[in-house]
Design a protein around this ligand. Structure first.
Ligand code: FES
Ligand SMILES: [Fe+2]
Length: 355
């Protein structure tokens, strides 16, 4: 599959940068209902919907007859009627009717994908269906815990999914890309502690007694007053970045606010990404006004990330000749992640070659 064996680089855009034997977030739960939702996941066209029992299902979005996307057809009960010559497919992928002949086409079937719904997200497995093990979906209890409140959202990104991961691993960008919300000068200078354990990347950032960023105003903390700030990030699989944050305010007085910010980056294609985000907290639970404020901060801040990442992708796409990145100290965890993913791609390619 043409994976470059050098550990430090991933040829973004020229070879697949995403593993397939993976669970990915495919949709927000609220997006999947009676309507047919067409969505490309890891370069596989899929159609999602919910059966009358409420179970989310995913089929290949391509009629096996003459390939019209099934999402252009319509629901008939729990089945999909193709919008071209009317073949009818069941949630298990089997063909139940061919209008132009008395019998259904023998052996005709659409690929189906394993789907798991957990909290606000619907996950899909893009490897062989028999290998799908829901236990491999990372845990994220904060998004379901009644003692926590949360907001979540979705934005499409016209950029490779790894750029999304690298963006949230190199938090030195806070001060420059998000000076109005989460950035402060001191935050940029924090030297994170990075480690890799069992294929999981961990990063810890501690900033005691530092100026509070503007976004903490929603906690009633005066921007600029001293707070202890801690951010623990981990990337349990290439599908998800989990950051848990602690803010003690003001420094020394001991009141702690806990938050969890999740970023799910799902490759649609090599150059495009479905970005699902969620922000959970353990204070002012049930405060819908605060939810709306946090949602607004998330949309503003992640929108700034989106603008930057899409501009970077555009440069990468249009630059004449070869491009080489300059990496500095703050890229360390991003480069570690590239190495981990590269190894996963090599393992996958090897196993495919062996099977
Ligand atoms: S393309 Fe679907 S029935 Fe012909
Ligand atoms: Fe950002």
């Amino acid at each position: 599959m043409g994976v470059d064996a050098r550990p430090e680089t991933l040829p973004l855009g020229s070879a697949p940068t995403f593993p397939r034997r993976m669970w990915w977030v495919a949709a927000r739960s609220s997006e999947v209902g009676d309507e047919l939702l067409a969505r490309r996941i890891a370069d596989l066209p899929m159609v999602f919907y919910r059966t009358r029992q409420g179970t989310a299902v995913a089929l290949a979005d391509m009629c096996p007859h003459r390939w019209l996307p099934l999402s252009k057809g319509c629901r008939e009960g729990d089945q999909i009627r193709c919008g071209y010559h009317g073949m009818l497919f069941s949630p298990d992928g089997s063909c139940a009717d061919v209008p132009s002949q008395p019998e259904a086409a023998a052996g005709a079937a659409v690929r189906t994908y394993a789907v798991v719904e957990r909290g606000p997200w619907i996950w899909v497995w893009t490897g062989d269906r028999e290998e799908a093990d829901p236990a491999e979906i990372p845990a994220y209890p904060w998004l379901m815990d009644p003692d926590w409140d949360r907001v979540d959202g979705y934005m499409p990104l016209a950029a490779n999914y790894l750029r999304g991961h690298e963006n949230v691993l190199d938090l030195s960008h806070f001060s420059y890309l998000h000076p109005g919300t989460v950035g402060t000068d001191e935050w940029t200078k924090v030297r994170p502690i990075i480690r890799v354990e069992d294929g999981v990347l961990y990063e810890l950032r501690d900033l005691p007694a530092a100026a509070a960023p503007p976004s903490t105003a929603v906690l009633g903390v005066k921007p600029g007053s001293l707070v202890d700030r801690r951010n623990e990030s981990r990337v349990p699989t290439p599908a998800l970045h989990i950051a848990t944050t602690t803010l003690r305010s003001p420094a020394g007085d001991g009141h702690e606010y806990h938050g969890a910010i999740l970023h799910a980056f799902t490759p649609a294609t090599e150059r495009t990404t479905h970005y699902f985000f969620a922000a959970a907290r353990d204070w002012q639970v049930g405060d819908s006004e605060l939810n709306a404020k946090i949602q607004q901060i998330a949309i503003t801040t992640f929108g700034q990330d989106k603008d930057a990442l899409e501009a970077v992708e555009e440069v990468a796409l249009t630059h004449p000749g070869e491009l080489h990145e300059l990496s500095v100290r703050s890229d360390k965890s991003g480069l570690r992640l590239r190495r981990l993913i590269k190894q996963r791609l090599l393992d996958e390619a090897e196993e495919q070659g062996a099977s």
